[in-house]
Design a protein around this ligand. Structure first.
Ligand SMILES: [Zn+2]
Length: 390
């Protein structure tokens, strides 16, 4: 069957990129009419795999990142709604319930209908008061028309086979003037100069820009009242209000098409360069091993260092990751440790392997090991790139 673009309906979908280690044979396409980047095939409902902390496209099923986004969403609800009112909210993809916990704490009369297909994570909302939990996919959950004041959807829309249909249904379930609080990954991150992990993971079927996500939301009959923050290259967070009627289907956007092509070709070039530089980063860390090296962050960047830089994890004194530790016991033959273990291990060097949380991690590392030298992954990579270019 010929797939058509989810945003503009065109069949001009051109394959531009094949992700590394895709378990689903994914190919990334650009719509030649509107510029929406989308992964094909869209076959969803794949059987759930075991947790895979891979830097390739097969990464997934270790879900803990969404909790970091709860505060910004709760704050948005409080800006647009009366926290003392008996608000009715739909929380799509509730995950471990961090939004639900925070919102119910801030709005004492609110009631949440929580939808989460993964029973392993849904159970963390099960005991909460004022929550009705559905362990199901949003597409399979019948909901009343005009029932909710707020629909909150965080890092879910990019996983859906047909996000336009689901946004349309969110509009139907909202009361007149109801608010949509939407959060999704931002394709602008592909412009980062330190990316090493495969960004086009199998679980993401759509890769939105500010422009394509805003147009999809508008086409579903919303008017955007808070646009995404231009300084946040990682997330697209927006607030929209239900309008009277469904919007117009999206038309052509040649500028967005050109931007999408440029972004993906720059990603391919930058990432190839960075993967080559990882070998030099690994060599530098091996040379530091006699001082005792700890790495904080055992996720996708660390996996790239081992897989592409051929770093030997046995050279480490400590591998710390407090978020992954409960889900996976070890990475590449190295047991995961809690930050407190830094006190006993006394490493001479701590390497922070994180992009978004580097400052926070460095500050925490200093508390446990004040004498250790702290190196940031971004600095190590940028040094290695300079050497490579010389
Ligand atoms: Zn299109």
């Amino acid at each position: 069957m010929q797939e058509i673009c989810e945003l503009c309906g065109s069949d001009a979908l051109e394959s531009v990129y094949t992700p590394e280690r895709s378990a689903r044979g994914i190919s990334v396409h650009i719509c030649g009419r509107c510029g929406l980047v989308q992964s094909l095939p869209r076959a969803d409902r794949a059987p759930r795999a075991a947790p895979a902390v891979s830097s390739g496209a097969d990464w997934g099923n270790v879900r803990y990142g969404k909790g970091f986004r709860s505060k910004i969403a709760v704050d948005a609800v409080l800006r647009h709604c009366d926290p003392q009112a008996a608000l009715s909210l739909l929380d799509v993809g509730s995950n471990r319930g961090s939004f639900a916990h925070a919102l119910l704490g801030a709005a004492p009369q609110a009631h949440i209908t929580a939808i989460e297909p993964d029973e392993r994570v849904a159970q963390s909302c099960a005991g909460l008061q004022r929550i009705e939990l559905h362990v199901a996919r949003i597409e399979d959950t019948p909901l009343e028309t005009s029932r909710f004041d707020v629909v909150h959807s965080s890092h879910t829309v990019e996983h859906l086979a047909h996000p336009a249909h689901v946004l349309d249904d969110h509009r139907r379930t909202l009361k007149s003037g109801g608010v949509l609080v939407l959060d999704a990954p931002n394709i602008a991150i592909l412009g980062a100069d330190d990316i090493v992990e495969e960004w086009f993971i199998d679980k993401h079927l759509y890769h939105f820009s500010e422009r394509t996500l805003s147009r999809l939301v508008a086409a579903a009959g919303f008017s955007i009242v808070e646009r995404p923050d231009r300084d946040d290259a990682a997330n697209l967070f927006l607030v929209a209000r239900k309008t009277g009627a469904a919007g117009e289907p999206a038309g052509a956007d040649p500028q967005e098409v050109e931007k999408a092509y440029d972004l993906i070709s720059s990603y391919v070039a930058t990432r190839a360069h960075n993967l080559a530089a990882l070998t030099a980063v690994a060599a530098e860390l091996h040379a530091l091993a006699p001082k005792g090296v700890a790495i904080w962050g055992a996720g996708r960047i660390f996996d790239s260092l081992v897989v592409h830089g051929r770093f030997d994890a046995r050279a480490l004194r400590l591998l710390i990751d407090k978020h992954l530790k409960p889900h996976v016991g070890e990475r590449h033959g190295c047991a995961l440790a809690a930050p407190e273990e830094l006190v006993r291990a006394k490493p001479g060097v701590i390497v922070v392997m994180s992009r978004g949380f580097a400052d926070e991690i460095a500050a925490e590392a200093r508390k446990f090991a004040p004498a250790a030298e702290i190196l940031l992954y971004t600095d190590l990579l940028s040094r290695a790139r300079t050497h490579l270019a010389a």
